[in-house]
Design a binder for this molecule. Structure first.
Ligand code: PNS
Length: 162
């Protein structure tokens, strides 16, 4: 039986912290579905298709990872359709845990699916998509926090005049 997990998120855009968690999930499970869960009422910096392209580039070296887009769907339904036995998420610290715990409990309440938390690598503890966008927007250097492709996409989108 194929053991499959889902790594869900907004991924607007994917960071090296996300990439680390996905890579570690890919070592634990036979297959990983990276689910970009998009809320059409919330405008992101990148379109869902752009987020997928950036993610696909980031996970291109991992043969057992695929990226899929979903809009207006419950994560538990995505997991059921993918025949995934677990949700895998990274935790950078207590604030993440406080945010993630109710979702993990709600998801288990809905279908029984478990959430597996991986401790975030301390190298990436200060990295979030929103902080990266803020730093990049005001001209800060985000190289080393995101892939080269994400870096170029951020600079192109947020600092178009260079
Ligand atoms: O990267 P994020 O924004 O922290 O990811 C949050 C996400 C997309 C995983 C969460 O909002 C989610 O699961 N959304 C799908 C809708 C859903 O199932 N909501 C109920 C969660 S208990």
């Amino acid at each position: 039986m194929t053991r499959r997990c889902v790594c869900p998120g907004s991924y607007d855009p994917v960071t090296l912290g996300h990439a680390d968690v996905i890579e570690r999930a890919a070592a634990l499970y036979d297959e990983v579905v990276v689910a970009v869960l998009h809320n059409p009422t919330k405008a992101g910096l990148f379109s869902p298709e752009e987020r997928r392209t950036l993610l696909e580039d980031t996970v291109a070296h991992l043969g057992n990872v695929r990226v899929e887009l979903f809009a207006n769907r419950l994560l538990v339904d995505v997991c059921r359709d993918a025949q995934a036995e677990a949700i895998v998420k990274g935790l950078r610290g207590g604030t993440d845990f406080a945010y993630e715990l109710p979702m993990a409990l709600m998801n288990r309440h809905l279908t029984g699916i478990e959430t597996v938390f991986l401790p975030g690598d301390p190298r990436f503890e200060h990295i979030s998509s929103s902080l990266i966008k803020e730093v990049a927007r005001f001209g800060g250097d985000v190289s080393g926090l995101v892939s080269a492709m994400v870096h170029d996409a951020l600079v192109g989108r947020l600092q178009p005049e260079g």
